[in-house]
Write a protein that binds this ligand. Structure first.
Ligand code: KIV
Length: 271
């Protein structure tokens, strides 16, 4: 069974063990070796090289301009610092439009040091998830507010508030797990819906703006440290640097709050 104080590297099969054992997983995004080292050394179990780097590192208005080359570069420099955390890298916009393109991009990301790739959506992406997992590429799904869908959504809005969209998200989550994903990020969905999905599927859910009942939580580095990025500050964001007093202290405070269920509270969740 997965033990949180175990200093051994976290593996893909241990994720299901963590869920079965009721252990809450703490994830942060990282884009460079310096932060990745502090996050890893202080016990962050999952590190994500997110395509959010387009917005928080490159200063773009969305994640759409991020390229596979960008992702490979940041994954390479993060991977140099990671000893224990499980490293996940995002497939950027349209690099997963077909199974073949996704295989090519994912191979580059795994060769750069990632152990899993994350991709957004269900629908035709289910074939992509199946194609990758059958070829030994672990996959993390991402549903709810999928930032690569910002043009269709008309902005960064909470998803799943109406019965029809909630039902669709529940079905999509089951389908993503069924297709072979081993982890699922739920972004900006009402707490009750995230709880229902978490109870219904066998793989761990990682919430961001999805309430306290997910199997783990993720925050973007800049949000977690209270850095202003020039974008609107979402409700679910909490500055842990204030209470932690240092980056290492912030990581410890964040992990403790995820594990004891005090983050996110109602103030940082959607109903
Ligand atoms: O790109 C990213 O950082 C993400 C997280 C918000 C989950 O997808």
């Amino acid at each position: 069974m997965y033990a949180p104080d175990d200093r051994k590297p976290l593996t893909v099969p241990a994720l299901a063990e963590a869920k079965r054992g009721g252990h809450k997983l703490a994830m942060l995004t990282a884009y460079d070796a310096g932060f990745a080292r502090v996050f890893d050394e202080n016990g962050t179990e999952l590190l994500l090289v997110g395509d959010s780097l387009g917005m928080v590192v490159q200063g773009q208005n969305s994640t759409l301009p991020v390229s596979v080359d960008d992702m490979v570069y940041h994954t390479t420099i993060v991977a140099r610092a990671v000893k224990r955390a499980l490293l996940i890298a995002d497939l950027p916009f349209q690099s997963d439009a077909t199974p073949e393109r996704a295989l090519e991009a994912s191979t580059r990301l795994l060769q750069a040091g990632a152990q899993m790739v994350k991709l957004e959506g269900a629908g035709h992406k289910l074939d992509v998830i199946r194609f990758l997992t059958e070829r030994e590429i672990p996959v993390c799904g991402h549903l709810g507010l999928t930032p690569q869908s910002v043009l269709r959504f008309g902005g960064y809005k909470v998803q799943g508030r109406e019965d029809a969209t909630a039902q669709r998200l529940r079905a999509d989550a089951a389908a993503v797990a069924e297709a072979g994903a081993t982890l699922l990020v739920l972004e900006c969905v009402p707490s009750g819906l995230a709880q229902a999905i978490t109870q219904a599927i066998p793989i761990p859910t990682i919430g961001i703006g999805a309430g306290p009942h997910c199997d783990g939580q993720v925050l973007v580095l800049h949000d977690f440290l209270g850095l202003h990025t020039g974008h609107r500050r979402p409700k679910f964001v909490k500055d842990f640097l204030g209470e932690g007093g240092s980056v290492a202290g912030a990581v410890k405070a964040y992990i403790a709050a995820v594990r004891d269920g005090s983050f996110p509270d109602a103030e940082h969740s959607y109903e």
